[in-house]
Design a protein. Structure first.
Length: 257
């Protein structure tokens, strides 16, 4: 795959400018989802983190900006996005190692390593359920090529004992996620994300632990926007969500934070 030139890119601020991310103008562009995912991870100095399918690096770089002293690796299938992730890591002075690989065929040296946390924002749509985008990179990022179960299998193998997986997905994929945890991960918790009060959750963040034995826990939905409808131009994020997106705050009250 051809690498991006600067004219193909824009540079966007995340966490109120604490992270600046080069992204393709017309390819897959990160929104708030990977930022929210990163905010739920209660990592502390000295922990190791692996992101599966890191893209240009939004989630893991937001986590590294919030928590100093982490060791992080990102795995990315597409060469152009892996190259962007390396550039973004360097320009944000972030200790991120980027490995270009298919998660179903990781390099031998990476298979020898284990991590305290694995994070992932897999493609949201089942194979064949999403119309292909004109941009090939966007199609790969949104449309499932590697079955979701294999994401869980890879995560479970790379987690250290008692380590945690954090994954964001569409709410209608939750049955698939729970099925994939069976026999691999336990102590499952699910945080639904709803746009507004009274709306059904469109996304969920799942956390599961390697070797975990605790009962399943379904959290109350996190409401992203104030009010029951959009009434005016501009942002309407709830204060906690705004603090995450603009100030790099942790998502407190969930998953041990």
């Amino acid at each position: 795959m051809t690498l991006f030139s600067d004219t193909d890119l824009t540079r966007n601020d995340f966490l109120g400018g604490r992270v600046r991310l080069w992204q393709p103008r017309s390819g897959y562009r990160a929104g708030v989802d990977p930022v929210l995912l990163a905010a739920t991870v209660p990592a502390t100095r000295g922990h190791t983190v692996l992101e599966l399918g890191c893209g240009a690096g939004a989630a893991v770089l937001c986590l590294l900006a919030r928590v100093s002293g982490l060791q992080a690796v990102g795995v990315e299938l597409q060469a152009s996005y892996a190259d962007l992730a390396r550039r973004n890591a360097a320009e944000n002075d972030a200790p991120l190692e980027v490995v270009e690989a298919d998660l179903s065929a990781l390099p031998a040296d990476l298979k020898q390593r284990q991590f305290d946390y694995v994070i992932a924002n897999p493609p949201y749509y089942r194979a064949g359920a999403h119309s292909p985008a004109e941009d090939a990179g966007r199609s790969v990022a949104l449309g499932e090529q590697t079955p979701l179960e294999l994401w869980f299998d890879c995560a479970a193998k790379r987690l250290a004992p008692r380590g945690y997986l954090h994954m964001i997905q569409k709410a209608d994929r939750l049955p698939d996620m729970l099925a994939a945890c069976a026999g691999r991960l336990g102590s499952v918790e699910v945080l639904p994300l709803a746009a507004r009060t009274g709306r059904a959750a469109e996304l969920v963040i799942l956390r599961a632990r390697k070797g975990g034995k605790a009962a399943f826990r379904l959290h109350a939905p996190l409401i992203l926007h104030a009010g029951d409808r959009h009434e005016k131009d501009g942002e309407s994020y709830e204060p906690q969500v705004s603090a995450v997106l603009r100030d790099g705050a942790a998502m407190t009250g969930f998953f041990g934070q």
